[in-house]
Write a protein that binds this ligand. Structure first.
Ligand code: MLT
Length: 312
């Protein structure tokens, strides 16, 4: 029979629930982006997609879980820039970053915001820099562990001010935000997906965005360039991955579904509210994600090696 059973199985993929692992705690930006995209893909594929939060070690535990999962298309990973930076930050990972995954496609590009508890003394970025330098042994910086986007951005901040601060790691910036709102921690650098609502609500203070241009969602919030930290720029791209060896027909079907999800009016509208920019359909492809991951590992390696002295 020319039409092999596996080809038949793949053409009817998915026949059962698909799990997407988010390598951070529930309630954070990676979780939020994933649930929005998964909801749309689920409708398109006609199967339930469940999101499983596997936090810890800055996202590398969750990535490792998917790297060792069956390559059958039923366990996927939605991860961000941390997939690239962890390749430099960790001497030993449970997976080989460039050989453990098949690529489905890019999902978003998300700005970061430098934020603080609402009762924190400094009123602008310049004041924050001065205060942090003068109180380095007291100022606490929340992040989601070594390899997280919040860790990378915090490292860039401490490197820019040439002052190591006290870092407080969480399993995701969802729980970190809870502590920021409770004034249990002083500052954080986090994705607009997680900070937009709080900034608009005045429940946290915002100092700057880490993009070259100001954001439509916050026209009065200065860029780091304008606010006195030129060059401190970082945007958080997210990618959807499958374990290496997943049937190409399955990867292609997932990529097609992802492209449709990113054009889904509901997804586009929600992303806009969150200051999250969906990747263009042309980037929701295996080739685009592969190129992005390889390029970003190369780009961030020297930056991390230079800045690493400021962040544990
Ligand atoms: C990060 O800092 O990498 C993410 O914001 C963590 C998360 O999505 O919770």
């Amino acid at each position: 029979l020319a039409f092999t059973s596996s080809a038949w199985a793949q053409s009817s993929y998915p026949e059962r629930t698909v799990t997407v692992v988010v390598p951070f705690a529930a309630g954070g930006p990676t979780d939020t982006v994933t649930r929005l995209v998964a909801e749309s893909m689920s409708k398109d594929l006609g199967q339930q997609i469940v999101v499983e939060n596997v936090g810890g070690a800055g996202g590398t535990l969750g990535a490792g879980r998917v790297a060792s999962a069956d390559p059958d298309g039923y366990t996927l990973l939605l991860h961000h820039i941390g997939m690239a930076t962890s390749a430099t930050l960790y001497r030993k990972l449970a997976y080989d970053t460039l050989n453990a995954f098949d690529y489905v496609g890019l999902v978003t590009e998300v700005p970061m915001t430098i934020v603080a508890r609402k009762d924190f003394e400094p009123t602008d970025l310049k004041g924050l820099v001065e205060y942090a330098r003068a109180n380095a042994d007291k100022v606490t910086v929340a992040n989601a562990g070594i390899g997280a986007a919040s860790h990378l951005c915090g490292m860039l901040f401490m490197s820019a001010i040439q002052t190591p601060l006290v870092t407080v790691p969480y399993k995701g910036t969802g729980p970190a935000m809870t502590d920021l709102l409770g004034s249990q921690v002083d500052i954080m650098c986090d994705q607009t997906t997680n900070t937009t609502k709080q900034i608009k609500g005045g429940t946290i203070k915002a100092y700057a965005v880490t993009t070259p241009q100001r954001l439509d969602v916050f026209p009065d919030l200065p860029t780091t360039d304008e606010a006195g930290l030129p060059g401190m720029q970082v945007s958080i791209w997210h990618g959807l991955y499958a374990p290496k060896g997943t049937p190409p027909e399955v990867v292609e079907k997932l990529s097609q579904s992802l492209q449709k999800a990113l054009a889904d009016p509901n997804v586009v509208a929600r992303f806009a509210e969150l200051g999250t920019v969906p990747s263009p359909a042309s980037d929701a492809t295996p080739a685009a994600l592969k190129a992005k991951l390889e390029g970003e590992i190369t780009r961030w390696k020297p930056i991390i090696e230079a800045a690493g002295q400021y962040a544990d």
